[in-house]
Design a protein around this ligand. Structure first.
Ligand code: NI
Length: 135
């Protein structure tokens, strides 16, 4: 391990409270360990983005299906990336919210491009990409 450096972070009190809850549930002993874990995960993801490796993974997001423009854009983006999409699972969470899970397989850059397309859609409540190497 290299020399430790200290940083200061400003964060909204409500968000910090949620973060502390997450830190405890994830089993990190301290906030610092949790932040280190998040930073290294982000950097590993960046490394993957540079490579031409084939990976598999899942994209998930939540949205309000009453927003028709959002739904149409989502379908358009997904059809532009049909080569890397293995399956799409749609779950009606409640009256307003839908959860969609897209299983993907392909080159990192293709999957990142799909994720960028999804993130550009206005009105998504949450989106997340998890990728894993296939060897
Ligand atoms: Ni639905």
């Amino acid at each position: 391990m290299g020399r430790l450096a200290r940083i200061g972070v400003s964060i909204e009190a409500g968000l910090l409270k949620q973060f502390d809850g997450w830190v405890a549930r994830a089993g990190y002993p301290t906030r610092s360990e949790a932040v280190k874990g998040l930073v290294s995960a982000a950097l590993v993801e960046k490394q993957w983005a540079k490579s031409d490796n084939k990976v598999a993974g899942a994209i998930l997001f939540v949205y309000d299906h009453h927003k028709r423009q959002l739904v149409n854009k989502m379908l358009e983006v997904q059809h532009n990336f049909e080569r890397v999409i293995i399956s799409v699972q749609h779950i009606h969470l409640d009256h307003n919210n839908c959860l969609e899970i897209i299983a993907v397989r392909g080159r990192v850059r293709e999957i990142q491009a799909l994720m960028s397309g999804i993130k550009r859609i206005k009105g998504l409540k949450h989106s997340n990409l998890t990728i894993t190497a296939t060897g």
